[in-house]
Design a protein around this ligand. Sequence first.
Ligand code: PLP
Length: 413
Amino acid sequence: MNYSPLKTFANREDENDQLSEFRNDFFYPKNSEGENLIYFCGNSLGLQPKSVPSLIKKELQVWENDGVKGQENRWIDYHERLTEPSANLVGAKPSEVVIMNALTVNIHLLLVSFYRPTKKRFKIIIEKDAFPSDQYAIDSQINFHGFDKKEAIIEIEPRIGEKIINEEDISNTIKKHGDEVALIYLGGINYYTGQLFDMKSISLVAKKYNIIVGFNLAHCAGNVELSLHEWGVDFASWCTYKYLCAGPGAPSGVFIHEDHHKWIGPRFSGWWGHDKKTRFQMPSDFNPIKTAEGWQISNAPILGMVPIIASLNIYNLAGMKKIREKGVRLTGYLEFLINHFLSNVLILTPKRKGSQISIVIEKGKIVFDTLMEKGLVCDWREPDVIRLAPHPLFNTYKEVFNSVQLIKKVLDE
Ligand SMILES: *Cc1c(COP(=O)(O)O)cnc(C)c1O
């Protein structure tokens, strides 16, 4: 891409930015002098859409005025408002998506159904140094089934001397272990390195060996374009508080391919997964909804879901294609400027990525603390990475330019 290190370049890009108006839809964090910080942490907690307070107030008002009647008239199918826009975001049919619970909880519920180890086929392929919650979930599921993680887990790791996973090694691992493998479970984007995996190819190879394919899309949803249905992914889950800006602890999204909707295998059930027509007849036998909603357990946390509506409205207006295009350009610009202006900075993130650059700097923690003090909000991940995530909906090219100048100044000092 054609970038320039001149500041005028950033100004011009901002003027031509078709998404620039969306920045006004978010509250922007400020320092004690009331000046905007540079917020590059949308990969950890996205900013608050300005429509959130009034939307929440509205539900509080219904509760205040109508009490339990709000349940019947408004909230019983409230979560369904989130389905179609969420499905669009991940490339799914509406029947394949449901918003419920929290991410790791959903991972467990999905593994209960989709990890069904046998004596011959019990292994799980995961990435080495996956997000800790994924490792704990996988380990505990393996334990739960009476297997030993030392035997059951196949970790894919970078080659010696390399920092990121070579995609060839994923398909080679699948081919090598083929019929011993029950499940491949990866983060679509690795939270630490920012590496984006080729989910389409991985699914294709895994399917050839009858391996179930699951993805954790915490760092993908709202960040990169996805086609989960078409790729033949079996299941996936994501949180909505990172790129999707739906607020701390907001409920998570789940994808279950329609091939599984007539599910008769194991599942942890609850009344909200029961057929809607007979749910309130309070029958004793569970008759699941024949969509992803069949995996619901409890009635929906309405107040937690409201901000998802606010955020999906913005995503819907902006369109994922344009969001991704700007994400690529903005993040590419950040990478270009780091290479141009900074020395002794290692970029971990490979070419295939979302809107995140992970950098390694000597004495990184001190550099990170100084950046935070001086108004660049980014994050630090042990043992040695600073993650910078410019968000295409609320960050500008000027901020990218200024952030690199700030890092340069801090390094020079
Ligand atoms: C953010 C993140 C989580 C968070 O899990 P919660 O259950 O929402 O607390 C899990 N996995 C990955 C890969 C993440 O990036």
